[in-house]
Design a protein around this ligand. Structure first.
Ligand code: PMP
Length: 288
């Protein structure tokens, strides 16, 4: 495997960053996870736009233009002869001093890893996932906007560990008002009486690219959609529930906090969202 690092493709073993890089020392940087489906880099422009916005929010100047990043992503797929896979695009603040200030850090690092990913076993897309609410709250947006896809994922990692310790693959995270924010790496949707709901971004959710695709599908299918603050109760009493994310795609959720969602099996509308999503992935992006 060849990794793109600061303008060059090098062997995996030689892809190294400085121990003084603030990306390593402080999680100071931003990233994107992107999928390649049948030679199509799904929603590449949208991912790069979000990367630019995350970088702007943390006052990090991207060292490459949108066009250069697009080329580097495409080249990473080609060099690794991938037709399907997962791309991790990482921007670090760059090497600096041991203090917190980014002054004097640089140049910013650009890393692209082109690999594969299988977050959940295939059967789970048929049978559905079970999730549990954890005590770790989603970070307050006044502390760090959850819309920033930063290299500092400890909040989500702690929630994931909590869920795993009690035998669940994914955790439901609430915000500090006790409303549903999102899962550790996925957005949450529910269906109730034929209507689709997801928490608004200010509940502490990332503006997921897959979330946006699902909202588009809702419009195409004529399923009424609204962003609405949701509580755990709303999830327990939903007819259907599913999670969305680049790695997870669209996955049914059939149990929340030991309560079956609907009849405890993936619902018909969820299945319809999954099949429409799969139709889009190899056409709605940039071909390599
Ligand atoms: N929320 C969080 C915290 C995430 O890290 C992600 C990405 N894995 C998502 C939601 C889903 O976003 P996307 O659909 O853009 O992958």
């Amino acid at each position: 495997m060849k990794v793109f690092i600061n303008g060059k493709f090098v062997d995996k073993e030689d892809a190294k960053v400085s121990v003084f890089d603030h990306g390593l020392l402080y999680g100071d940087g931003v990233f994107e996870g992107i999928r390649l489906y049948s030679r199509c880099v799904f929603k590449l422009h949208e991912h790069l736009e979000r990367l630019e916005q995350s970088a702007k929010a943390i006052l990090l100047d991207l060292p490459m233009t949108r066009e250069q990043l697009t080329e580097a992503v495409i080249e990473s797929c080609r060099v690794n002869e991938l037709t399907d896979g997962y791309l991790r695009l990482v921007i670090t603040r760059g090497p600096g001093h041991l203090g917190l200030t980014p002054d004097g850090c640089g140049p910013a690092g650009v890393i692209i890893i082109a690999d594969n990913i299988q977050l959940y076993p295939k059967e789970m897309y048929e049978s559905g996932l079970k999730i549990i609410t954890v005590a770790t709250r989603r970070i307050n947006s006044a502390a760090l906007p959850p819309a920033v896809k930063s290299l500092n994922y400890l909040n989500n990692i702690l929630a994931k560990i909590e869920a795993k310790k009690v035998g669940f693959q994914e955790a439901l995270m609430l915000n500090d008002k006790g409303e549903v924010a999102e899962c550790t790496g996925d957005n949450v949707f529910v269906i109730k009486k034929g209507q689709l709901y997801t928490p608004p971004l200010d509940a502490g959710s990332l503006r997921g690219i897959t979330r946006e695709v699902v909202i588009d599908i809702a419009h195409e299918l004529g399923v009424p959609f609204s962003e609405q603050a949701l509580t755990r109760y709303d999830l327990w009493n939903a007819d259907e529930c599913f999670l969305t994310g680049t790695a997870a795609e669209v996955i049914p959720c059939v149990e929340v906090d030991h309560r079956e969602v609907g009849s405890g099996v993936p619902g018909d509308l969820t299945k319809s969202f999954i099949s429409h999503f799969r139709q889009k992935v190899s056409v709605d992006g940039v071909l390599i």
